[in-house]
Ligand binder design. Structure first.
Ligand code: SF4
Length: 354
């Protein structure tokens, strides 16, 4: 059976942490078994908010691709590519801009949110407002049928679906009278695949984030991970070793639920009865995290030692992505009566005169 095609991407923001892994990357690794996957390093998207200081962009792209490969993204099964090297994304975003009413972008709830949250950056720009249009181009240029998203990304995907519908309706051939759908659509309307994304607290109990300095990176060495678990906040009411604890208010326990799944009940019971101390409980967690991260660190180190191989993976992935993107653009350009060579213009004029 043909596998459905997925497009997903990440802005290259540097080394990925456990929150990024659980929120997206782990899911991507699993989706490789069931879908045809396109994974994009979204470097143009990084510039929508960081256009003033792109100094870290290349280094961040390198870290992200190493983390992906380390985590188990398999270039033999998935297309891993760099957005800005497939220029057709820009062409499609420009054309979609012609079709997209301004209000669709302005009503996007995350637009206003982000402007407030990133108040230190000047984000009232054309590019930032048009972010969802570029995202629609990223998805639809591969005719992706499925997009793994979190709840907060649903409005963006809705704009993608609306743009696909609008272009199809205008240029997707005759309309079928019963379904009112175009008979020869150019784009699929991609479905959301709501992915499980458990919330992972940072070391201090707040949301895990690079900017809070409370993250554990996938590439951190084992002793750094162990040291990080020692800093984690626990049940604040458990002052002495002999005090019974409440695992439900403890960040360490939130991690055990995700990473020490075979011993969760036992740890909860031992915490409540003061049968285990927080120091030992954190040691168990460090063991769980390190046994999950060990194979990732090893794979990452292997790729890191062969930069030529990683470059080849990206080149091959980008070439494959470009072929797909060009095929989509050929169809759209023809439907929009654009020429593929200057001579087409003259041929059309000659045909009109004949
Ligand atoms: S024993 Fe473990 S679960 Fe209980 S408070 Fe301490 S660290 Fe948290």
């Amino acid at each position: 059976m043909r596998r459905k095609r997925i497009l997903s991407g990440m802005r290259p923001t540097g080394r990925l942490h456990l929150g990024n892994y659980l929120g997206a990357l782990k899911n991507w690794v699993d989706l490789q078994n069931s879908h045809e996957c396109f994974f994009m390093i979204a470097d143009w998207h990084a510039l929508t908010s960081d256009y003033a200081d792109p100094s870290q962009l290349r280094a961040n792209m390198r870290e992200v691709v190493l983390d992906w490969l380390g985590a188990g993204i398999d270039p033999a099964r998935s297309t891993v590519f760099i957005q800005s090297l497939v220029k057709e994304h820009a062409e499609l975003a420009l054309l979609f801009g012609m079709f997209t009413p301004l209000a669709w972008c302005e009503r996007n709830p995350s637009y206003k949110d982000q402007i407030v949250q990133l108040a230190n950056k000047e984000l009232e720009t054309y590019g930032f407002l048009g972010y969802p249009v570029l995202q629609a181009a990223d998805i639809l240029i591969y005719r992706a049928e499925v997009v793994p998203v979190g709840e907060d990304q649903l409005p963006h995907l809705e704009i993608t679906r609306e743009i696909a519908r609008r272009v199809n309706y205008m240029h997707g051939g005759p309309i079928e009278p019963v379904t009112n759908a175009p008979l020869n659509p150019i784009f699929p309307e991609p479905e959301a695949l709501l992915s499980p994304a458990p919330k992972l607290p940072g070391l201090d109990g707040r949301k895990m984030s690079k900017s809070y300095g409370n993250a554990i990176n996938l590439s951190d060495p084992a002793d750094a991970v162990t040291a990080a678990t020692r800093q984690m906040v626990t049940d604040p009411a458990r002052v002495r070793r002999s005090d019974p604890g409440n695992p439900e208010v403890c960040s360490v326990f939130a991690y055990h639920k995700l990473f020490t799944t075979d011993r969760v009940e036992e740890i909860a019971a031992d915490c409540r009865s003061a049968g285990i101390g927080c120091t030992d409980c954190k040691k168990i967690l460090a063991g769980s995290l390190n046994s999950m991260l060990d194979p990732m660190r090893e794979r990452r180190a292997q790729y890191e030692s062969k930069p030529g191989e990683v470059a080849e993976i990206l080149e091959a992935g980008t070439a494959r992505a470009r072929t797909e993107a060009q095929a989509t653009m050929a169809v759209l350009r023809e439907r929009l009566n654009l020429v593929s060579a200057a001579a087409d213009t003259m041929a059309a004029a000659a045909a009109a005169q004949a």
